[in-house]
Design a protein around this ligand. Structure first.
Ligand SMILES: Cc1cc2nc3c(=O)[nH]c(=O)nc-3n(C[C@H](O)[C@H](O)[C@H](O)COP(=O)(O)OP(=O)(O)OC[C@H]3O[C@@H](n4cnc5c(N)ncnc54)[C@H](O)[C@@H]3O)c2cc1C
Ligand code: FES
Length: 380
């Protein structure tokens, strides 16, 4: 067995083919190496290289609106691609602390190895504002593999309705870009809501798509606008839906936007007698009231950090850990990205999204959507 000992060895490995990942995999499987050390050496030689992680270089940044930017990323060879509608976890280091957030991919899958995310600044938000102010072309970030169930099927239906609001446009934009590249284009209705014309993300591109494609209808509705706005105004309404897609009861619907908007759309669909089996949706923020699930106090032990606490306010395990000064990794805080996963050693937890109780033994849990029932010990 050979041993990789110096940065020069790693440099040789990396340079031996700029498509160095297969070589790196071979080296780590055949040579006697300390993988943590090799990972550090490798990223010093080429920041996008990694033994196991997907790293991506920022190759473009576009200002979409006054508060939203698209970041175009070129991932290393470990990225396995994506289906339109999927999201990924983005990990950046802010003030020395690694932070993870989930972002839908806004580009279509046929974007020549590139992947774009489009991020709207959130008031007081840590990551969205940091990205807007700091991320620059040439920087390298870590991303996860694409994931999520809110994706177009392999065989795209012949008729689709897409409804979005605000930054919820991002996954449906990936879908729209994809369907317009298909040989057999589905008849697509795209209905988007924004606060005002200046808040409409991808407004020019969707208008251009509608102008050149007879299979796509685009309607943008804003709440506030001056007299120059010629499109519809106001919030989502069943009347507008009837007008733009009178067949909405029978066709697949893809919905994404802020929680209150989605609740209003789903209520309107139900009231209109729509079969909700046709509905696919993605939520960017959680809206769960955990206090309704438990009324008694519980004892939580964080075994790795040696912290023990009585939980009386029925916070999720993630919130309780943070309240005790721990900094567990997390992303979406709503059970979808998996970045908070950790081991529950013992005790019962309740999944706040389903109300279901776990078993008592050791198992993997998502602390962002779990609350403790009784005495629970978690490896955090
Ligand atoms: C599947 C998925 C896909 C997504 N796709 C996109 C996308 O394509 N584009 C996009 O823009 N977003 C997307 N999001 C949302 C994104 O993940 C982030 O939630 C968003 O960018 C805000 O992150 P942040 O770090 O800026 O805000 P955070 O720091 O997480 O803060 C969020 C809110 O909580 C408040 N807050 C923070 N800390 C506290 C505190 N201690 N006390 C009280 N309030 C507090 C903030 O003021 C802010 O209003 C997606 C989310 C999911 C789950
Ligand atoms: S933070 Fe995403 S699953 Fe828990």
């Amino acid at each position: 067995m050979s041993t990789v000992t110096s940065i020069a060895d790693v440099g040789t490995l990396a340079r031996a083919g700029r498509i160095a990942l297969p070589l790196l995999d071979w080296a780590t499987s055949r040579l006697s190496v300390d993988s943590a050390r090799l990972e550090k050496l490798v990223t010093r030689v080429e920041p996008t290289l990694s033994l196991r992680n997907v790293r991506a270089r920022v190759v473009g940044i576009h200002l979409e609106t006054h508060d939203t930017k698209t970041y175009v990323l070129k991932p290393n060879g470990r990225f396995r691609g994506f289906r339109p509608g999927a999201f990924l976890s983005l990990r950046v280091v802010i003030d020395g602390e690694p932070v993870v957030r989930s972002y839908s991919i806004s580009s279509g899958p046929a974007s020549s190895g590139l992947v774009a995310i489009t991020v709207k600044r959130v008031d007081g938000g840590a990551v969205s504002n940091w990205l807007f102010e700091n991320l620059a072309v040439g920087d390298v970030v870590e991303i996860g593999q694409a994931q999520g169930q809110f994706v177009l099927p392999e065989v795209v239906p012949a008729r689709i309705l897409m409804i979005s609001a605000g930054s919820g446009v991002t996954p449906v934009m990936a879908m729209l870009r994809h369907v317009t590249q298909l040989a057999a284009r589905p008849r697509t209705t795209f209905l988007h809501f924004a606060r005002s014309p200046k808040d409409v993300i991808f407004g020019d591109e969707t208008a251009q798509i509608a102008a050149r494609s007879s299979s796509v209808d685009v309607t943008v509705c804003v709440e506030n606008a001056d007299s120059s706005w010629t499109g519809p105004r106001g919030r989502f309404s069943a009347d507008l839906l009837e007008e733009v897609a009178p067949d909405f009861r029978e066709i697949p619907i893809y919905l994404c936007g802020p929680a209150p908007f989605m609740a209003a759309v789903i209520k309107a669909l139900e009231e209109a007698g729509c079969d909700l089996a046709h509905l696919r949706y993605e939520q960017f923020t959680a809206g769960v009231d955990v206090s309704r699930l438990l009324t008694t106090s519980s004892l939580l032990r964080f075994t790795r950090s040696g912290v023990e606490t009585v939980v009386s306010k029925q916070r999720t395990i993630l919130e309780e850990a943070e309240a005790r000064g721990l900094r567990p990794e997390h992303g979406c805080r709503m059970g979808v990205c998996g970045s908070c996963r950790c081991t529950k050693n013992s005790g019962i937890v309740i999944d706040v999204t389903t109300g279901l109780e776990s078993g008592e033994g050791a198992e993997s849990i998502r602390p962002c959507i779990s609350i403790a029932k009784g005495t629970v010990s978690v490896d955090l």
